[in-house]
Design a protein around this ligand. Structure first.
Ligand SMILES: Cc1cc2nc3c(=O)[nH]c(=O)nc-3n(C[C@H](O)[C@H](O)[C@H](O)COP(=O)(O)O)c2cc1C
Length: 147
């Protein structure tokens, strides 16, 4: 079974909640999945996985969630080139229309710059994540199928 890691950065728990559903979907899609808070993982660990799924909320005006910044800064081609990857995150388009889920876009771009292949369009969840758990799970299934 091919191995996937899901890494999330989450201040109030919303990305963490979405991550749990994404993990369910990936498992349903046949992946062996490790779930980690970004605070507990180093970029070098990615080499043990074929599929890398990153989840991050957006804070400030279009900025990465605080915990994710250190990880993002260390993302490099050595660890990421050739990986399959996908990105998800929550945001709020009502309050932040010009920066909706920017963190997701920023991380996806860096993955591509580091040589990863994005296997599924990113998932941007608007507002209450509890309304999007089925969507997140289905997204996880699709990521697994394409990876
Ligand atoms: C101070 C503040 C700034 C935010 N900035 C943005 C933003 O720029 N873009 C966006 O889409 N959402 C923004 N949000 C919404 C958060 O991304 C959203 O609440 C998210 O669910 C938080 O997820 P987390 O609990 O995993 O950190 C902001 C929320 C707060 C409280």
């Amino acid at each position: 079974m091919s191995k996937a890691i899901v890494i999330f950065g989450s201040t109030m728990g919303n990305t963490e909640t979405l991550a749990a559903s994404v993990v369910e979907g990936l498992k349903e899609g046949g992946k062996e999945v490790t779930l980690k808070n970004v605070t507990d993982v180093k970029v070098e660990e990615l080499k043990d996985y074929e599929l890398v799924v990153l989840g991050c909320s957006t804070w400030g005006l279009g900025e990465l969630q605080d915990d994710f910044i250190g990880f993002y800064d260390t993302m490099n081609a050595d660890a990421i080139n050739g990986k399959k990857a996908a990105v998800f995150g929550p945001g709020d388009s009502g309050m932040y229309p010009d920066n909706f889920c920017d963190a997701v876009t920023i991380i996806e771009k860096k993955l591509e710059e580091c040589g990863a292949t994005i296997v599924e369009d990113c998932l941007k969840v608007d507002g209450d994540v509890d309304d999007a758990l089925d969507e997140a799970k289905t997204w996880g299934v699709n990521v697994a199928k394409n990876a």
